[in-house]
Design a protein around this ligand. Sequence first.
Ligand SMILES: NC(=O)c1ccc[n+]([C@@H]2O[C@H](COP(=O)([O-])OP(=O)(O)OC[C@H]3O[C@@H](n4cnc5c(N)ncnc54)[C@H](O)[C@@H]3O)[C@@H](O)[C@H]2O)c1
Length: 308
Amino acid sequence: MSHTFTHALVTGGAGFIGSNLVKCLLNKGMSVTVIDNLSMGAKSSVDTRARFIEGDIRNEEDVRTALEGVDCVFHLAACVTIRASFDKFYDDADTNIMGTMMLLKCVDSANVRQFTFASSMAIYADSPTTAPVAESYTIDPQSPYGVGKLASEIIGKQILGQKGIPLSVVRYFNTYGPGQTLTPYVGVITIFINKLLKGEQPVIFGDGEQQRDFTHVDDIVSGTMATLAGPPGTYNLGTGKASSVNDIASMLIAHINPDITPLYAAEQVGELKISIADILKAQNNLNYSPSHDIASDIKSVIEHIKTR
Ligand SMILES: NC(=O)c1ccc[n+]([C@@H]2O[C@H](COP(=O)([O-])OP(=O)(O)OC[C@H]3O[C@@H](n4cnc5c(N)ncnc54)[C@H](O)[C@@H]3O)[C@@H](O)[C@H]2O)c1
């Protein structure tokens, strides 16, 4: 797959998805450089075989250093929180839009022959039904975070198009699995498991009937890797299957502590009610084939968090 590429830059490579991607690229025999400002990620998550630059994607010198010798870029560095992007809209845009701009400014087609951008389901309009949404579905981001991802997609197409660098946009749906940083905002599965292990009640926002496409990080990584071989384009990466937040809470409660009941709190602004990926395009063009299933994975995810 990666025979034409030898050296990848992973921005945000100390984060949850990035650190898993870095491992996978290294295991395919590629050299990897990581740039991460460690605002969320941890240096200890970065495979020691990678070249690590503690730097900021908004800093031109850091970005130019990171790009040395690189022939493909995976751009994952971002402020990753839909909810907090309302209060922190300036910081969100500063990293997610201006950080992307800096990378676009510095990439050079003489060296870089593929650019893959990690976008999000947050760019879509809410869906009135549980039918999976394809890439052609209505675009209408409901949060500053979604706006920033969409802006980066569009400007990425314009600037990389002009520079002659192929772009693939991968729109990730809710990602879970080992290595997710615990924050109050991102990763409902990780948050619930941590609460339940402490004997605390998980908090469900709204009625809990919001539908999500929970996708294992290994599947997200394999779809992202596949952009090195597949035709450039915009691809949903999810599973195509829905679970409600109530389903997830019940499943985790049954596994961890059946005596606990969830708490319900006010619905959160900016979050989609229904978010399920139609993955046909990625299946056809990237041979993407998600192999994980939340129900059968849940035990190993719990065990992983327990041992951390
Ligand atoms: N986790 C999900 O469910 C999900 C869903 C859709 C899209 N995404 C996208 O996938 C990508 C990876 O997300 P993740 O879940 O691994 O999040 P994460 O927070 O674990 O990783 C992001 C990394 O970027 C780094 N970073 C932030 N600002 C930076 C800056 N200015 N300069 C350099 N590094 C910076 C952080 O320190 C962190 O290590 C993000 O672009 C995110 O928007 C994630």
